[in-house]
Each structure stands twice: as structure tokens, then as C-alpha cells.
Design a protein around this ligand. Structure first.
Ligand SMILES: Nc1ncnc2c1ncn2[C@@H]1O[C@H](COP(=O)(O)OP(=O)(O)OP(=O)(O)O)[C@@H](O)[C@H]1O
Length: 668
């Protein structure tokens, strides 16, 4: 018997792959020759066992085979080592199956389906084929070059190999079955076992994932259902059972129209124009959200009980309140009917919606914190913490550790376990930095980094922590002046003042006085005491500063001292702001007035008031003072909040209260 196999394949690539396969198995015993129809065929083949790589090749090449000879048309199978990747494609994915001719493409599809790859939706493609829409995935047995360019993902499953039944036929022919049959079947079965093990593992993982998903979906505190591309319900969790009164087993597999009786709800669920709408299902008021899957036509639908949502929000707010991190005030708590306050409220409510840093400028007690709190409550962050810190109330080191927190052992006295800073605690919410103009340059540098990067590093820490905090800063000092004197960083100012709000002082909105008085009366005194018209008149004509707190204190004072239902001007007599000035005989007080006036004059004339200048000028007054004495009086005035001692050339300045003192009391 002639010990020769002649393999005839279509393309050079297939010839090589099949030649190698046969050579590896039989090369030791049989001579293997091979030809590719596309390349070259001899005019006649007279000897040897002919193996056609497919039926098509048999048709094309049989004319060169002479005589009554045994020929085998090979059965081919997938190259099992390469088809793993097909499992990664989701069920129903449309794929092009690309091969040289329509028949070869169809044949490849057939082999794929027979090998168990029946989860995909195949369309044949070959050079010259028309395809109406772009498909993004293609599978090809080695014909990558002819895959159309619109395909983005190509799975090359390699040349299909000769399958085990054909190999046994060949062994039979050469009577080599006894010698090689065992080895070949072992090799092939072990590959198939490997593949089925893989398949089993994939199935196991899928089943376990499904179980997990079911547990999650069932455990969700909302109604969840899913509908597949054909409109049938595939998922229906226990909350849906409660809302509809129907069991999951009854609903799964039904259409939406069979499940819901409300035609508007069915229309909403089937349309794709809207994504959320409120519906009433039995006695439940439900917010229904629909989400369309991108890759498939599956739709996920969530039903949220609105009453439940409201009570959950209430509980969340209760919890926030317990921590103390809550913004207490809303715009409705900001009292006033004047144009100025209405304008400030209107602007602030607009600014609230932006997620940007906000700088509030206003004199002491004008309601900056009130506005900051209302802005937070009017923003998307309203259910998140609101924390406030007064930057002038804490020494620098303490403020630093409050803001940024510290790691355990980072300084003497550091708490065990370290401490979270306000930025971290306010994560997701708002941090109100009051009196920002008072922070040191060192802290300004640290703050700038946080504002720029939205990252904080604890004192003594080595890693940065991401935070999402909206900063609202407030100042009662004109920051631009602080920048000029070098006391405030300009870059930080620009970062903090992306949005800006000015709160008008009380004296500029005297129209609000009466409503504010009534508001404070009601707030302080639950019994309904009234103000006599005369008293009201006196309060209205008083020269108020900008500070609303001052007005509030006056009202509290009246309520405390009066025992009558009617509050009268007499009740006001002892209140410090309204105390009649006694003719001053006390030199200390006179000295203070002299110095206040000198500071006032010096600033008007030379824009600065150093101790030396004040002392020099005082020599011409009734109370000549040395620099030492001047210093002492300035300290007293500072204690009363009438002056402020500045670093640098400016020297001492009058505060707003100082200015009002001069205006009220005249010059000495
Ligand atoms: N328009 C208003 N309506 C009601 N209360 C107000 C109003 N403005 C200020 N107040 C009251 O005046 C007091 C001072 O307000 P707030 O603390 O918000 O001012 P501030 O400008 O932040 O003060 P400071 O500059 O001292 O930090 C508070 O008791 C607040 O309730």
C-alpha cells in the first residue's frame, strides 16, 4: 500500500494548518503532501490517499484525481483552544461570521452552532456580500484581512482543523488505528474535556452570579422589575409583589399590559421619551424610573414609594441633627421686606444652586451665617452636613487641627487615634468659614491647596484624602484692603469669591426695623407683649449700626426688664445703647474720646494713625499723652471694639462701632 496522504485545501493558510495537524500526528509513519487550490494544483494525482479539506474543494479538485481511489472529504471542527473568547460575548450579540465565500461562511456558522456556541446571532459575510447596517463584532477562522472596516472587535478563531472521525478514517486506511488510535483519542478527548470543564465552570459562575443578583434585587428597598426585548417581564422583586399584590411566579413571562391595568403606566413603561413619572398603584404613590440598557433592548424599572422616601429623608435629617451638623436656617427665616434684603435673598437663592465657592461680605451681625445656612439648605447638598467655624475665635494651631484634622501622635496632646478635620466631616456638604479675613498667611496657604485640589492632608499625615466640600466663606472686613496690606492672599481670595454676596447692614434697610422687632418679640417672648407706639417710634429713629444682633439684644432687654403687657420708652432707659450720656467728668473716658477723634482725623488727613502721630497731636488737646499712655488707651478702646490695631503703616483704625460712636457723640 502506498504510504502517502495528499491533502488538498482551498487556501494556503488552511493547507498549512491542516498539513501541520496531519504531520504532527502521522508524520512518523506516512508521507504527507499538500496543495492549495488557490495556489497550485498538479495536472494529475495518481497515487496516495486523497483528503479534501471540504466538500467545496472536492468539487473543485476531483478532476485531477485519477483512477478508482479512496478519497476522504474531511469533517472539520473548531479549534478549541481559540474559541474561549466567544463565551465573553453576551447572549444574543449580533456577530458577522467572515469567510472567503458564502458557503464557507455558512459552514463556519454551522460548525460554531454544533460546537455549542449557539448563544450568538450569526450573519454570514464574505467578499462582495451586502450588509445593510454596521455590526461591531466579527468572528473569522483566520480571514482577518477580509473583515469589513466598520467592525471594531474581531475574534479570530483560527483555521478549523480536521476532526477526530476523519482522523480515524485515515488511521483505518493505513491500518494504524491500533498503534495511534489511543494517542489521538486521548489528545482530542482531553481537549474536549477541558472545554466542557470550562463550560461547566462558566455555567457555575453564571448561576452563582444570578443567585447573588437575585439576592441583591430582592434585598433592595424598592420595587425592581426588568422587561426583555420581547416585552416580557424577567425580574420582579418582593417589593413589586407588595405594590401590585401579584406573585413573582405569576408575573414573570407576562407582558406589561397583562401585569398593570393602568394604560398610562403601561404606555410610560413602553415609551422611551420620559425617564421618571409619578403613578398611583393601588394605594401606593410611586415614583417610577425607567432605564434602557444600551447593548440590549432590556428595560430596568424602579418603583420608589414616595411616602417612604419622605420619611427616610426625615430620618436622615434627624440623624444629621443628632450630630449637630445641620443648617438650621432657611430663606424663610431671613426676616425683612426691604428691597435690599429681598434682592439679597433672590440673588442668594440663585447662587445656592451653583456648586461653586461663595464669599459673603457684610458687617458684624448682618446675618451672614443665616444666609450661609439658607444657601446650604437651598442647594443640592441640603441632606448633607453643614459645618461652621469662626476663624477668628481659635488660635492658629487649634484652627489648623480643627480644619484639617491630625494623625495620632502628630503633636503633644494629640488624641489617640487622631482626629478628622472639619473638611472631612463636612464631606459631601458645606463648610462655612466665618471671619475668613482673620486667618494667618500660613493657614491661607494650606486652605488654598485644599480649595484647588479638593484634597486634605491631616497634620502629621502622609496621604491626601479626597473631599467634596462646598466652601462658603464670610468676612466683615473688606478683603481687598487686606490684600493690599499683604494680609490676605489674592489667589485664595479669587478662589473663594467665585460667587459673591453682599449683605446690607441694618442702617441701610431701616424699612425692615419694624418687622424685625416683631420677629424678635415673638421669638423671645411666647406671651404676646406689645410695644407702645412711642417706644416703636424711638427705636425707629435710633441711629442703628449695621448689626441686627444689637437690635435683637435691645428687644431681649426690654422683655427682661418690663413686667407689663405694654413695653414703653421707660423700659429702655437702662439699656446701654440708650442710656443718657451723663456729663463726663471722668478723665479716662475723655481721653478715649480724644484719641478716637484723633484717629478719625488722622485717617482723613494722612490715611494712617500710628501711636507716635496720635501722641504728637494729643499734645495740643486737653489731655496731652505720651506714646505709652496712648498705647494704654488704644488697648482699652480695642477691648470695647471701637478700634482695631493693624499691622504695618496703617496703624490704628476705627471700627464701624467706633465710627458710630463719633457720629453719635460728636467731637469732644
Ligand atoms: N434678616 C434677619 N432676619 C432674622 N434674624 C436676623 C436677620 N439678620 C440677622 N439676624 C439675627 O441676627 C443675629 C446675627 O446673625 P448672624 O450670626 O447670621 O450674623 P453674622 O453676620 O454671621 O454675624 P457675625 O459677623 O457676628 O458672625 C442672629 O441672631 C440672627 O438670627
Amino acid at each position: 500500500m502506498n504510504n502517502q496522504v495528499i491533502l488538498i485545501a482551498g487556501t494556503e493558510k488552511t493547507r498549512q494548518a491542516l498539513h501541520n495537524q496531519l504531520n504532527e500526528l502521522l508524520g512518523e509513519y506516512i508521507e504527507i503532501l499538500s496543495y492549495a487550490v488557490d495556489e497550485h494544483l498538479p495536472p494529475r494525482l495518481e497515487e496516495g490517499l486523497i483528503i479534501y479539506s471540504s466538500k467545496l474543494i472536492e468539487l473543485e479538485a476531483s478532476h485531477i484525481v485519477t483512477g478508482e481511489r479512496k478519497t476522504i472529504t474531511a469533517e472539520r471542527t473548531m479549534n478549541y483552544e481559540k474559541i474561549d473568547r466567544l463565551f465573553d460575548l453576551p447572549k444574543g450579540t449580533e456577530v458577522l461570521c467572515v469567510n472567503d465565500t458564502v458557503q464557507m461562511a455558512e459552514e463556519t456558522i454551522d460548525t460554531l452552532i454544533k460546537s455549542g456556541m449557539d448563544h450568538l446571532s450569526y450573519r454570514s459575510y464574505y467578499p462582495g456580500a451586502r450588509i445593510s447596517e454596521a455590526v461591531s463584532t466579527a468572528i473569522t477562522p483566520g480571514e482577518v484581512a477580509i473583515v469589513p472596516s466598520f467592525v471594531s472587535e474581531v475574534v479570530d478563531i483560527g483555521v478549523r482543523l480536521i476532526d477526530i472521525s476523519t482522523l480515524f478514517e485515515i488511521l483505518d486506511h493505513f491500518q494504524l488505528k491500533g498503534r495511534l488510535g489511543g494517542i489521538i483519542s486521548k489528545k482530542y478527548t482531553s481537549r474536549i474535556i477541558e472545554l466542557s470543564q470550562k463550560l461547566a465552570e462558566v455555567n457555575r459562575q453564571t448561576a452563582s452570579l444570578n443567585r447573588h443578583l437575585k439576592q441583591i434585587v430582592d434585598g433592595v428597598n424598592e420595587g425592581v422589575m426588568a422587561v426583555d426585548a420581547s416585552g416580557k417581564v424577567t425580574v420582579f422583586n418582593p417589593f413589586m409583589e407588595t405594590y401590585t399584590g401579584m406573585s413573582t411566579s405569576f408575573v414573570v413571562g407576562k407582558t406589561l399590559g397583562e401585569v398593570f391595568s393602568d394604560p398610562q403606566l403601561v404606555r410610560f413603561l413602553q415609551s422611551s421619551s420620559e425617564e421618571a413619572k409619578l403613578f398611583s398603584v393601588h394605594s401606593y404613590s410611586l415614583m417610577v424610573y425607567r432605564f434602557q440598557w444600551d447593548r440590549t433592548d432590556d428595560v430596568l424599572i424602579i418603583f420608589k414609594d414616595t411616602d417612604e422616601t419622605i420619611s427616610m429623608e426625615k430620618a436622615a435629617r434627624r440623624k444629621l441633627r443628632e450630630t449637630g451638623y445641620i443648617a438650621k436656617h432657611h430663606f424663610r427665616d431671613i426676616v425683612g421686606e426691604s428691597f435690599q434684603i429681598e434682592e439679597a435673598k433672590r440673588l442668594a437663592s440663585k447662587l445656592a444652586k451653583a456648586e461653586l465657592p461663595l464669599l459673603i461680605e457684610g458687617e458684624n451681625g448682618t446675618g451672614k451665617e443665616l444666609f450661609a445656612s439658607a444657601v446650604h439648605n437651598h442647594s443640592k447638598r441640603k441632606h448633607e452636613p453643614f459645618l461652621a467655624v469662626n476663624c477668628s475665635a481659635l488660635p492658629e494651631d487649634l484652627l489648623e487641627s480643627e480644619l484639617f484634622g491630625y494623625e495620632e501622635g502628630s503633636f503633644t496632646g494629640a488624641k489617640k487615634g487622631g482626629k478628622k478635620g472639619l473638611f472631612e466631616q463636612a464631606d459631601g456638604g458645606t463648610l462655612f468659614l466665618d471671619e475668613i479675613g482673620d486667618i494667618s498667611l500660613k493657614l491661607q496657604a494650606r486652605l488654598l491647596r485644599v480649595v484647588q485640589e479638593m484634597e486634605v492632608r491631616k497634620i502629621g499625615g502622609t496621604k491626601n484624602i479626597n473631599v467634596d466640600v462646598r466652601i462658603i466663606a464670610a468676612t466683615n472686613k473688606p478683603i481687598r484692603e487686606l490684600i493690599q496690606s499683604g494680609d490676605f492672599r489674592e489667589d485664595l481670595y479669587h478662589r473663594l469669591s467665585v460667587l459673591f454676596l453682599h449683605i446690607p447692614p441694618l442702617r441701610e434697610r431701616m424699612d425692615d426695623l419694624e418687622v424685625l422687632i416683631h420677629h424678635f418679640l415673638k421669638e423671645t417672648d411666647q406671651t404676646t407683649r406689645k410695644m407702645s407706639p412711642k417706644l416703636m417710634e424711638q427705636l425707629k429713629t435710633h441711629s442703628w449700626t449695621g448689626n441686627v444682633r444689637e437690635l435683637r439684644n435691645v428687644v431681649s432687654y426690654l422683655i427682661t426688664v418690663s413686667e407689663e403687657d405694654w413695653l414703653t420708652p421707660e423700659d429702655l432707659a437702662g439699656q446701654p445703647l440708650f442710656k443718657k450720656k451723663e456729663p463726663s467728668t471722668l478723665p479716662e473716658e475723655e481721653k478715649q474720646r480724644v484719641i478716637l477723634t484723633l484717629i478719625y482725623d488722622l485717617h482723613r488727613e494722612v490715611n494712617r494713625a500710628s501711636r507716635k502721630l496720635i501722641s504728637e497731636r494729643s499734645q495740643h488737646s486737653d489731655y496731652p499723652m505720651t506714646e505709652q499712655q496712648t498705647r494704654k488707651v488704644i488697648k482699652e478702646l480695642e477691648g470695647q471694639g471701637l478700634v482695631q490695631v493693624k499691622r504695618g503703616k496703617t496703624g490704628t483704625e476705627l471700627t464701624k462701632s467706633g465710627m458710630h460712636y463719633i457720629e453719635r457723640n460728636g467731637r469732644p
